[in-house]
Design a protein around this ligand. Structure first.
Ligand SMILES: [Zn+2]
Length: 498
């Protein structure tokens, strides 16, 4: 039934099966998948000289190693882009290089509105770092931009120097053409999305909110068009994310000789707690994104499945229907927080009573709840004061309390973004339905959701499912897909700047 299990590109924190079934945006321009494509209504293609510039920028970025290793340096890339903006005539105060780490400077570019802005800015958020790539694993040098058989090869060609280059090019082209938006357009090129921590998008919003404050974020690090043998089947837009959290559950005991067992036993106490977790389901929830998702999905399904999806949308929701739907993990994860035991370690000798038993519980938290709220819920569920439940930070350290910050409950998909996004997507890939999805993985969008700024993920690149190579070897992007993303972002930036 899941016609599309397309996952976002940046899933550093584990598998991110997007809420991926086919959904039609109820925006008038959407058409039903499977119908013959409408007449071509392609966007005007960039000129040959513009394409040459866009290729040059892409090449330059691919050939700068921006991995979080001694050989990598994000600042080399962001400084090179800053030079391009300064050379093009952007004022220095609108092209800022900043960050707490000299090797990981972020670039924030502001294209100012003509006159007093009528709306808050739009922020395009793009990470500049890439995942480590070993030359020995690849058929080409990952840090050389190689064009071969209709593809560009190199680390970052899918994730996401393609979009970095496309947006640098878009801003430069708009500036050259004398375009003045009605609201500020901001482009942030950032460090530390893939690895390393704290110097990139999160640092910017927490320390320089004034530079990146926006009505909403466009993050090309997720979403995109899925191809099936060359035919575009669906365009995903990531419109909200669950929050990833790990919790360390520990039972401790004075131990002793295993020939003299007692009722108190760390392993049994931990098992009792985990058994409660196995039996527990977090409450059913909906938000603007998942409601749209299920509403449209119901129209694609038949029989009991369709009826159940309609029933969970009723007020109040039919929880028996939710129970039936929830037996499918990919549906269940779309309407509740989930927590599951993923690792276990206990005891220290075959002939000793265990002194400790410890489990990792991994949670994907529904937007609107904080990790600390979930930690408290686990403590209450276990109901055993002898157990400790600690939060495991990104750095792997266990802490007595968890963050209070939570991702905002996302608004209904806003027409201001989805109307042009749908129209332009269909101009390039006629007949492709556009779907909002909730992501189970994590991108930098989460830091903006936690700061109250909604974020929409769309890469504007089209890939065959089996050709998703982000983080993998021989990463590549079809040349044609790059050209289309240029046309998309140029037109999309103009629409959002209106
Ligand atoms: Zn990425």
């Amino acid at each position: 039934m899941m016609k599309n299990a397309f996952s976002g590109f940046c899933l550093r924190r584990g598998v991110g099966v997007a809420a991926g079934a086919l959904v039609l945006m109820a925006l008038g321009t959407a058409v039903v998948a499977g119908l013959p494509a409408r007449a071509q209504n392609a966007l005007p293609a960039a000129s040959a000289s513009d394409r040459a510039l866009a290729r040059e920028i892409f090449k330059e970025l691919i050939e700068i190693n921006t991995t979080d290793t001694p050989a990598g340096n994000v600042t080399t890339a962001t400084a090179a882009m800053r030079k391009r903006f300064l050379d093009a005539g952007f004022p220095a105060e609108d092209v800022l290089l900043l960050g707490p780490d000299a090797r990981k400077q972020n670039l924030v570019v502001r294209m100012r509105a003509e006159g007093a802005p009528i709306e808050k800015p739009v922020l395009f958020l793009c990470h500049m770092d890439v995942v480590v790539a070993l030359k020995s694993d690849w058929h080409t040098d990952p840090f050389q931009f190689v064009e071969k058989d209709g593809y560009y090869y190199g680390r970052g060609t899918q994730d996401m120097k393609n979009s970095d280059a496309a947006l640098v090019w878009t801003f430069l082209r708009l500036h050259r053409e004398g375009y003045r938006p009605k609201r500020d357009l901001i482009l942030a090129l950032t460090a530390d999305e893939e690895g390393g921590k704290f110097n990139g998008a999160e640092w910017l919003v927490q320390n320089h909110r004034e530079l990146v404050d926006a009505a909403y974020v466009i993050n090309p690090d997720s979403g995109g068009v899925e191809l099936d043998h060359g035919r575009a089947v669906v365009a995903d837009v990531e419109a909200t994310e669950k929050v990833y959290s790990d919790f360390q559950v520990t039972a401790s005991n004075r131990g002793g000789h295993s020939s003299l067992p007692r009722p108190d036993n760390a392993i049994y106490e931990l098992m009792a707690a985990l058994s409660k977790l196995a039996e527990y389901t977090f409450p059913f929830e909906m938000n603007g994104v998942t409601r749209t998702y299920f509403k449209n999905l119901a129209g694609q399904e038949t029989g009991q499945m369709a009826a159940d999806m309609r029933a969970i949308l009723a007020t109040p929701p039919d929880l028996e229907a939710a129970k039936r739907l929830g037996t499918e993990p990919s549906i269940n994860s779309n309407f509740r927080t989930t927590c599951v035991a993923t690792r276990l370690i206990a005891g220290h000798a075959n002939n000793a009573l265990p002194q400790t038993a410890q489990a990792n519980v991994n949670c994907r938290i529904f937007p609107g709840h904080s990790p600390e709220e979930i930690r408290q819920k686990l403590i209450a569920l276990f109901g055993d004061p002898k157990l400790t439940v600690k939060y495991v930070s990104d750095a792997g350290e266990a802490a007595d309390t968890a963050p209070e910050r939570k991702a905002i409950v996302p608004p209904d998909p806003i027409a201001e973004v989805f109307e042009p996004l749908t129209r332009l997507t269909q101009a390039i890939w006629p007949g492709t339905p556009v779907t909002p999805v909730m992501e189970n993985g994590a991108s930098d969008s989460i830091f903006y959701a936690q700061a109250g700024i909604p974020s929409y993920g769309f890469s504007a690149i089209a890939l065959e499912k089996e050709d998703e190579r982000a983080h993998g070897q021989d990463e590549r992007l079809p040349v044609d897909s790059y050209w289309k993303s240029l046309d998309f972002f140029y037109a999309f930036a103009k629409e959002l700047g209106k």
